[in-house]
Design a binder for this molecule. Sequence first.
Ligand code: ADP
Ligand code: MG
Length: 462
Amino acid sequence: TKRWGRAAAVLRDLEERCAAPPARLRQVADAVAVEMHAGLASEGGSKLAMIISYVDSLPTGQEKGLFYALDLGGTNFRVLRVQLGGKEGRVVKQECEEISIPTHLMTGSSHELFDFIAAALAKFVASEGEDFHLPEGRQRELGFTFSFPVKQSSIASGTLIKWTKGFSIDGTVGEDVVAELSRALDCQGLDMKVTALVNDTIGTLAGGRYDDNDVVAAVILGTGTNAAYVERANAIPKWHGLLPKSGDMVINMEWGNFRSTHLPLTEFDQALDAESLNPGEQIYEKLISGMYLGEIVRRVLLKMTQEASLFGDDIPPKLKIPFILTTPHMSMMHHDRSPDLRTVGAELRDILGIQNTSLKTRRLVVAICDIVAKRGARLAAAGILGILKKLGRDIPGSDKQRTVIAIDGGLYEHYTFFSETLESTLRDMLGEEVSSSVVIKLANDGSGIGAALLAAAHSQYL
Ligand code: ADP
Ligand code: MG
């Protein structure tokens, strides 16, 4: 029928515009590598901020003592304590708690958000058991993972550049987030010192390196997306400080803000961006990360309803609500293997209030998920290829050195189609010989442990 013809046309058009064939991915990877150079050359020289983290050495395994970590950067925040036992003992004991952030705090005031976090941390500290030991007369120390773009001024201070991922809070941009957290901790009467301020990518890199000496980069694929890697300090023209002893400096790329004419953008992406809290920014992130994939699918479905009456003559009211279709919903539908696509039908009914969908309609929905997830995963693979290029590890080396990338984040962990597509794309792009020495490792919640390890490495008592 005519309706189906129109729906099929929208689908074909989407597929064409989202296509990311190898040649295009190479252009994207090259552009990433070029922007990396530019961002390292001068402050503001690129869409990639290439932030100097002040982390010049990664964990060695020698770290010892009781340390806390706090991870803020998405819908949940996590608190963690760990007893480190040095080379022999490693992680002696570890406890973690996850607390969801009430949505009104994500767009409220800075004070309120930090007070809420400090109160939760104080409660967690109060539950510290006998297995954890703080030497007499010492202050507890904390690694603070704050997963928003921060201009670091030292390992334990930095000012917020901008909010991302649905956070929009007055009066924090330009402020020192460690000072803000410390104030809130004082208010709670909590005697704790923040000794490391890191990004989740840096935390994941540190945690990854603790587990595996060959980890050179970390990628986050969760609510947002970002990456960090180990750079040679003398390859950072904008660094005017002393060269660190190690010769290394960890760089937080803030790759979510990457953009390039080579990125396959559609009208749906443009509309999503224009209506977002941060228009014109984080364009790469808006194509890849968990916050946005489901929303892109919703926008395609809405257009199909408007132009091809996909779900009958009336537009289902819920389909008009931004962000109602989340990426976990999308992945549930995408992975439906039942012959009648029962899960797709159930999700459409439960989430969007659309009853009695035909198998044909359900198949169409799956096809949309497929196109959108595939594009995101392939573009993420191109980003990793860009880093490997910058490090000179995209070509066969003489030494057969292993290259390990630590990846963390709910999108990568739970969206199997996404992670498999990313890995196979990277393998194809690298070729057999190089990919045999490149390993992608899921670093499940490595960033919490990583932040605690970095807090230990920068302890005031060393
Ligand atoms: P954050 O990035 O907020 O620190 P996570 O790393 O836990 O937290 O990632 C959470 C994000 O991962 C969610 O916002 C969601 O987009 C994505 N996600 C979680 N579960 C799934 C799933 N089953 N399928 C697809 N995406 C998921
Ligand atoms: Mg996270």
